[in-house]
Design a protein around this ligand. Structure first.
Ligand code: SF4
Length: 370
């Protein structure tokens, strides 16, 4: 579905992370983090593959100490996608991670301490073409300098770190400013983007899990994206990081940053739905079947498809008249197959998913453009 709202993306610098471009008008990218100990090399490699399959474009790995570097190097050799190292304070780990072939490093130069050490990190980053991400969080703000967590203080703290890198003639920078408070995160990112052109990694911290995390992250990230702010996103969610990627993808699709290949729409159902029909189950099976049968083909051809699953044939076809194809619940084990609001034919509810997929398959095979 085309967005009808014109949105102007804030102008930012461009940063290259292996094959990925962040900022400067590049598509907003999705990133996430592994959550296994780095010593579990096989597990981490498998998890990265799953994250990539789900749609992650950059994966960050926490490197706790220097002992983690050989494991990081092994993971690096096995994985051909942009990887970032998450390092706290220790400049030597940052340098070793860069030398191990990492594509981006997250470290706050103001936390390294010594100017000489900062210079060494910057030199390694420059030599290897590795950008540095500065990450300021509400919870880890320097309490002496910034006693209150406010948008202004979060931005001032980020700028402190930025200036240290700039003083070292380093501008290959991505910045993130996060808190667990939605209005504060939005205000801080707005403020930063009004005064700086460094690309922004956006998200909420400590956003929780499940539905609560999905809602909160969607509001914060969605609001900023709708204002043209944000160059790469991470949904921070307790649990399986694959879920972070799934939610991030949905946020990008919902805000018009990406076009979904297959978009399933369904109604909430109401008293008009035959209680014998499990519309939720049907909608889920339709989505799986559509992805399985047509996902690759549509992706390769750059086309998209909207498919509706509606609770009743009285209002369903009309309410979903913008869907390319759809099914709507009837009575006595029947459903109605429709396309663009036009009724096609009655089908058996028991094999509605297959009948719908076959109809779409025929349509696509005949060169139908949807
Ligand atoms: S499509 Fe039918 S079942 Fe679904 S909400 Fe509308 S009226 Fe109710």
């Amino acid at each position: 579905m085309e967005s009808t709202v014109e949105r102007k993306r804030r102008k930012t610098r461009q940063v290259r992370v292996r094959g990925l471009t962040i900022g400067g008008g590049a598509p907003v990218s999705i990133q996430t983090m592994t959550n296994l100990p780095i010593e579990d090399v096989e597990g981490t490699i498998a998890q990265i593959a799953m994250l990539k399959d789900a749609g992650a474009e950059l994966v960050r790995i926490a490197v706790r100490n220097e002992d983690g570097i050989p494991y990081l190097a092994k993971i690096r050799r096995a994985v051909d996608m942009p990887l970032s190292a998450d390092v706290h304070f220790n400049y030597r780990i940052a340098i070793m991670a860069i030398e191990a072939g990492i594509d981006k490093v997250r470290i706050n130069p103001g936390n390294i301490g010594d100017a000489l050490k900062v210079r060494e990190v910057v030199r390694a980053a420059k030599d290897h073409g590795v950008p540095i991400r500065i990450g300021v969080n509400g919870g880890s703000l320097d309490k002496k300098k910034y006693p209150d967590v406010t948008p202004e203080n979060l931005v001032a703290s980020a700028m402190d770190h930025v200036r240290i890198l700039e003083d070292n003639d380093f501008t290959d920078i991505v910045v993130s400013i996060k808190s667990s408070d939605i209005p504060q995160t939005i205000a801080a990112n707005r403020l930063f983007s009004s005064m700086s052109e460094y690309p922004l990694h956006i998200g909420l911290t400590e956003a929780g899990y499940g539905i609560a995390c999905t809602v909160q992250s969607s509001i914060a990230i969605g609001q900023l994206l709708m204002e043209g702010i944000g160059d790469t996103v991470r949904v921070s969610m307790t649990g399986n990081p694959v879920d972070e990627v799934v939610v991030a993808k949905r946020i990008l699709e919902s805000t018009g940053e990406r076009t979904p290949v297959i978009r399933i729409i369904s109604c909430p159902t109401c008293g008009r739905t035959d209680p014998a029909l499990d519309i939720l189950d049907i909608a889920r099976r339709v989505e799986d079947e559509m992805q399985r049968r047509f996902g690759d083909m549509l992706r390769d051809s750059g086309r998209s498809l909207t498919v509706a699953v509606m609770g009743c044939e009285v209002n369903g076809p009309g309410e979903a008249s913008h869907a390319d194809f759809g099914i709507a619940g009837g009575r006595g084990g029947a459903m109605l197959l429709f396309s663009r609001g036009e009724k096609l034919r009655k089908i058996q509810a028991a094999d509605a998913v297959e009948s719908l997929a076959d109809e779409i398959g025929r349509f696509l095979k005949n060169g139908g453009s949807v």
